[in-house]
Design a protein around this ligand. Structure first.
Ligand SMILES: Cc1cc2nc3c(=O)[nH]c(=O)nc-3n(C[C@H](O)[C@H](O)[C@H](O)COP(=O)(O)OP(=O)(O)OC[C@H]3O[C@@H](n4cnc5c(N)ncnc54)[C@H](O)[C@@H]3O)c2cc1C
Length: 397
């Protein structure tokens, strides 16, 4: 890092993390494990104030990027992060005293039409080209894996490396793990302004050597110099992408695997079955649209019949944080010593351990991983904006 590298040998490095979502918490744990003194600030009164608790918890490294040619760096980061998850889950479960329902059952991708069969083929070919394990399944094989399937499924794929967790349990275990590890969790602290200088002065008077911004879809705090002059982080404003989701009671004959079609996904947990999600770019409100929820349920029930009548437990909206190029911002900002871990869009849960590893390497060793180069937070800080389409609501997985 350019400045603030006066790491004193005698006293441990002190880092403030702003944001207690999956990204901030993963970074806090990684830093603490490597001997750093860490405090986490969050505007919420308890864990779960952000979007993480509203996520489906799929760790879909293969499904999300197998066919994405334009985002190869992200595919590599996702794959690496997926490989770090088993260890992270075990660590958080051990330190946090309970399960996060980490599952390695793999994900099914299902085709219902001729066009979707073609899509499935291209996905399988892309997996093979990238060395991602994949098996093609006939309709009969699919039904053996998921006896609740209706006759709609023509064929499918098994992506054995895709995993899942329960995000609410992950947050809960992280909270316990961090407290036990000596990380200060400061709730009810909306950090609006941080004073930079030799160290960073937080609104509660605490001083830190570095600051990590992990504020999800919210605007990051402002920074001023010791004499009050504004400091520019060069970060783009977060772009909100609203997602609505439905939770159904677990019913007999319900699905056992994560299931993707082209326009809906089903993620069964022990306490409920999640069906998602809308993708509404530019929207940051929490309103639940009953028509959108009904469409999600209908699409899921076309595939797994018992979902038509399963009682609804809850429905909600969350706001995914993204960036002008839909890739995250990971690394040092234009303010030396201030590090961003933002814009993880629809895969923040999946990408959390790799993000934490990159940020910890950078803060502690000043090392920029080759994997992180494409996610430099300063890539938009040149006056030129990468255009994005402010399209309206749509259904997507
Ligand atoms: C419907 C839906 C389904 C999803 N499914 C998946 C999935 O299956 N797999 C997956 O990987 N991802 C999924 N996602 C995306 C995932 O939820 C996000 O990428 C991830 O949770 C982002 O984590 P975060 O820590 O950056 O943000 P958040 O969880 O939002 O945390 C940010 C925190 O910062 C705090 N904060 C903000 N500003 C301040 C401030 N100034 N001062 C103090 N605190 C502040 C907030 O209170 C919040 O707690 C889904 C999202 C949605 C909406």
């Amino acid at each position: 890092m350019a400045a603030h590298n006066s790491t004193r040998k005698a006293t441990p490095l002190r880092v403030a993390v702003v944001g207690a979502g999956i990204i901030g918490l993963s970074i806090a744990l990684e830093l603490r494990t490597r001997g750093v003194e860490v405090a986490v600030y969050d505007r919420g009164l308890e864990l779960g104030a952000g979007v993480t608790i509203r996520a489906a918890g799929m760790l879909g490294a293969a499904f999300e990027w197998a066919a994405e040619d334009e985002q190869r760096s992200l595919a590599a980061l996702a794959r690496h992060s997926g490989m770090l998850w088993p260890d992270l889950a075990a660590r958080v479960e051990r330190l946090g005293g309970g399960s996060v329902e980490f599952s390695r059952e793999g994900a099914l991708v299902v085709a219902r039409t001729a066009a979707e069969t073609e899509w499935l083929e291209s996905l399988a070919a892309a997996c093979q080209a990238r060395g991602l394990p994949v098996s093609r399944l006939t309709a009969a094989q699919l039904t053996r894996l998921e006896p609740g399937f209706t006759g709609q499924a023509r064929g499918g794929l098994l992506l054995p490396d895709d995993q899942q967790v329960d995000p609410a349990l992950v947050l809960q275990r992280f909270g316990a793990a961090l407290s036990r590890s000596g990380v200060a969790l400061k709730f009810g602290r909306h950090v609006e302004r941080i004073v930079g200088g030799q160290q960073f002065l937080m609104p509660d008077g605490e001083r830190f050597d570095r600051v990590v911004l992990a504020t999800g879809a919210h605007t990051v705090p402002g920074f001023v110099g010791p004499r009050g002059a504004p400091l520019q982080s060069g970060l783009p404003e977060p772009i909100p992408v609203k997602g609505q989701m439905l939770a159904l009671a677990t019913v007999s004959g319900g699905p056992r695997h994560v299931i993707h079609t082209r326009d809906v996904y089903i993620a069964p947990k022990s306490r409920w079955t999640l069906i998602g999600a809308t993708v509404e770019r530019g929207r940051a409100d929490a309103a639940v649209d009953r028509d959108a929820i009904a469409r999600l349920r209908a699409k899921a029930a076309e595939l797994v019949g018992v979902l038509a009548d399963a009682p609804e437990v809850s429905a909600w909206a969350g706001v995914r944080p993204t960036t002008p190029d839909d890739a995250p911002l990971i690394g040092e900002t234009a303010i030396p010593g201030v590090v961003a871990a933002l814009g993880h869009y629809r895969n923040g849960v999946l990408l959390a351990p790799a993000t934490a590893e990159i940020i910890a390497d950078q803060i502690i060793d000043g090392k920029v991983s080759p994997m992180a180069v494409a996610f430099d937070p300063r890539r938009f800080d040149n006056g030129g904006e990468v255009p994005h389409s402010p399209s309206g609501a749509g259904l997507d997985s």
